[in-house]
Every structure is written in C-alpha cells, then in structure tokens.
Design a protein around this ligand. Structure first.
Ligand code: SAJ
Length: 420
C-alpha cells in the first residue's frame, strides 16, 4: 500500500519505518523542516535502540521518503502530539490533530483509510474527526474508512512492541474496523482487537490512567512511610509477594508525554465522575515538592549548598526530558539557592565527567533510573564534600557513600535537630 504518515516523532517515525520495512511505500510528513531534512539525509532524530538500522533498511529499499506535505495514498496515519491545554482540567489540545486531518483533505480519495494513532480525548474520532471528513463529502464506512488505533509501545523498546503488542483497532463502523485491521495485519504479529473508535480511545487512556493511579498509591505510601517512620519500600516488596498485589514504585513524580498527560483527558471529558483520577494526578504532581522538602532537610547538616542531580530524563535509559520531574526538581533546588550540577549521560549538556559533577558536592540526588547509576564509582564519591546519596528511584546497587531512598530517609531526617 501507499501510506502517508503525519507526525514523525516517537510514534510516527517508528510506525513509518515499520510499514516501510514490511512491503509498503511510506511518505513520512512532518511540520518541522529540520526533521524532514535530517531524515532525508539518512539519519533518525530520536534515540531509540535499533531504529537507525531499520531506517537504513527502509531507505535502501526505497520505501520511505520524508516530506513537508502529504500526497495521494491508500492510507493516512496521523501520529501528531496531543498536549494538554492549560485550562481547568488540562483538556486535550486537538489543534495538531485537526490541522493534520485538514492537510489530508486535498489528497483523500474514495476508498481511502484514515487512522488516528495519536492519543486523543474520548469521543474525538466520532465527534471531531468524522464530521470534518463528512463535511468534505465522504460517507464514513462507505467511501472513506476511519479508525482510532492507539499505540502501546514503551519508549526504549518501540520497534519490538509495535510488532508484538496486542493492538486495538477502533473503527467508526465495522467496515472501518475491517479495513484498518487488514492494513495492521501486514505488520502486527500481536492480537488485533476489534472495537469502536470511542472504546479504543478510552481504553488507551485508561491503560495509562491505571498506571498513574497506581503510581499515586505508591507515592502516597512513601509519604505515609516517612510520616510513620516505616520503610515503605520494604512494605511494597512484602505486599507484592501476594500473588494478586502489584504496588508500583514511588519516585520523584510522573513524567513523559503519556502518564502525565492522558489521565487529564479522561478527567476533562467527565470531571464530575473522575475524583480518583484527579486526585492521583495531584498526588503525583506533588512529588517534586516532597523531594525538595526532604532534600532541604538532608542538606541542613551539610557544610555547603552543592547538590549533584543524577538524571534529567523522565525515566531511565532514554534521552526524553519531556514533562520530566527530574528537571522540575533541579530548577526548584536552584531557585531555593542550591548550587546544582546536573549529570545525565543521556542528555548532551549534562553528559560531563562524573567526578567533575560530584566534586565538593554534599549530596548526589538520583532522580532517574539510568542503568549507568547502578554503580556509583568511588572516584565520584571520593571527591564529594559529604558522600551521601538520596536515590529516589532505588536504582543504586554499588556505592561507597551513605545511601538514603524513599523507604529509609526518615532515619536520616529524624536525627536532624528540629531547631536547625
Ligand atoms: N513511574 C513511577 N513508578 C512506577 C512506574 C513508572 O514513578 O512504578 C514513572 C516513571 O519514572 C516515569 C513515568 O512514571 O516518569 C511514566 O513511566 P512509564 O514506565 O509508564 O513510561 P511511559 O510513559 O514512557 O510509557 C507509558 C506506557 N504505558 C503503560 O505502561 C500502561 C507505554 O506502554 C505507553 O505506550 C506509553 O505510556 C504511551 O505512549 O502512552
């Protein structure tokens, strides 16, 4: 098939490459000329294990081209960002999706398939996209097929999961589902689950909302553990020995463009009936303050105000700093007057020598679970002023310092004289 994909980010580019390496011809469209130019020079612009190799294959077979504009195709896949609006409930900003659909209108022909892969608010496909296509003269399910097919890939494992994860195919009509399923069947080995478009939208959002609510429970438990001076990490470890319990891990907050975003789309669509989802967001969003508050207590006995932040990305082993609580915490500490050095081997400006990052520091604050942080070399802690670590991601395994985490930091904080 000839496929035009619109949006060449963390989802659109791997999706384009997947179809291009499975017998389709793909025109990848992005609004950013630099992205189009980089791709047409043969390079990918995101850090994703194994993707450049797949991209080389697509280019060698001549089955991919990047462009600023769509062209006639059998299918159009929209994978553009859907950020939050800055309104009361942080609702879904559909402006990129709407302009992407508009950009296809001059090229849509009878029999075409249009897929929205972007994560969108419940009922968007039915109530926003479908009317746009009908206004252009199409009858959905007869001469144009429309579906929402959300992705479920984990950044860092995208190429594998795009092929092997079960995939929801949410057609506006059964005929739309069938046409969309036929296309995905050519690349996806996981189960293809048929549903309506609205069920597909809300199901995708609930996958991440489920995770956000469970992380909030773990974060609330970390706060309870500090209050009651009980090691919350040990509590989680023991509770999860129950065969049907899966308490998640507390941390410095929830980042990324998924869990920190999607639950708001549900809450904004149904605010009266979503108090749990809204409170979970509030709890997770409160974690940077919680971390900063306790770092300040740990620093009260330090001889200087130098802190080394380990990790700026929103989670481990990737370079993505979008919605990163680590960055938020680093800025908050700087605003509080601390001398902060940022160290992150995955982020260019912070990829400095670890010894330089830790020199004279009174605290290593681990905020991201990069594999590199499992071992903190003696060469780093030896040059610290006070060799202590607060590991908010429970990633550090080998070190030569005093190590605190979200389960035992009450042991350190309890000893600090309250009148300081
Ligand atoms: N986090 C915790 N505690 C945990 C797990 C995660 O604090 O126990 C934090 C992470 O540090 C990170 C954030 O939550 O800041 C999100 O982490 P994540 O592992 O959920 O990663 P994402 O957001 O990159 O990917 C999620 C995945 N969704 C689910 O696992 C249900 C992925 O499968 C989705 O495709 C992706 O969102 C998406 O694009 O929607």
């Amino acid at each position: 098939m000839k496929i035009t994909t619109i949006g060449l980010g963390y989802i659109g580019l791997p999706t384009s490459i997947l179809f291009a390496t499975h017998g389709h011809h793909v025109r990848g469209v992005d609004a950013n000329p630099a992205v189009v130019e980089t791709l047409n020079q043969g390079f990918i612009h995101i850090e994703e294990e194994g993707l450049q190799k797949l991209y080389n294959e697509a280019l060698q077979s001549g089955s991919f081209e990047a462009s600023l504009t769509p062209n006639e195709s059998d299918a159009f896949i929209i994978a553009v960002p859907t950020p939050n609006k800055q309104d009361a409930y942080k609702s879904c900003d559909l402006s990129y999706v709407i302009s992407a659909v508009e950009s296809t209108l001059p090229y849509l022909e009878k029999g075409n398939l249009l897929i929205v892969e972007s994560t969108i608010a419940p009922r968007t496909t039915e109530d926003v996209v479908k009317p746009m296509l009908e206004a252009a003269g199409f009858t959905i399910g007869e001469d144009l097929f429309l579906a929402h097919c959300p992705e479920r890939v984990l950044p860092g494992n995208i190429a594998y999961e795009l092929v092997h994860n079960p995939r929801i195919i949410g057609g506006v009509t059964p005929a739309c589902t069938a046409v969309a399923k036929a296309m995905y069947q050519t690349v996806v080995q996981g189960e293809l689950i048929e549903s309506s478009a609205s069920e597909a939208e809300l199901s995708k959002l609930m996958e991440n909302t489920y995770r956000d609510v469970n992380i909030a429970l773990a974060n609330e438990l970390a706060k309870i553990g500090l209050d009651l001076e009980i090691n919350a990490l040990k509590v989680i470890e023991m509770a999860n020995r129950h065969p049907r319990v899966n308490l998640h891990s507390p941390g410095p907050g929830v980042g990324g463009h998924c869990l920190a975003v999607d639950p708001y789309f549900v809450a904004a669509a149904s605010p009266t009936f979503s108090p749990l989802i809204q409170n979970a967001r509030r709890i997770n969003s409160s974690m940077p303050d919680f971390i900063v508050e306790n770092v300040e207590k740990l620093m009260e006995i330090a001889s200087n105000k130098k802190i080394t932040v380990f990790g700026l990305t929103y989670k481990g082993n990737i370079d993505d700093t979008r919605e990163s609580p680590a960055q938020e915490i680093s800025v908050m500490l700087q605003h509080a007057g601390y001398d902060v050095t940022e160290y992150d081997p995955h982020v260019a400006h912070a990829n400095i020598a670890i010894e330089d990052a830790c020199r004279d520091s009174s605290l290593i604050l681990v905020l991201t679970d990069h594999k590199e942080f499992e071992t903190i070399p003696v060469s780093a802690t030896d040059v610290m002023d006070t060799a202590q670590i607060l590991d908010t991601k429970t990633i550090v395994k080998e070190h030569d310092a005093t190590l605190f985490n979200l389960g035992n930091m009450h042991e350190a904080i309890r000893k600090i004289p309250q009148n300081m």
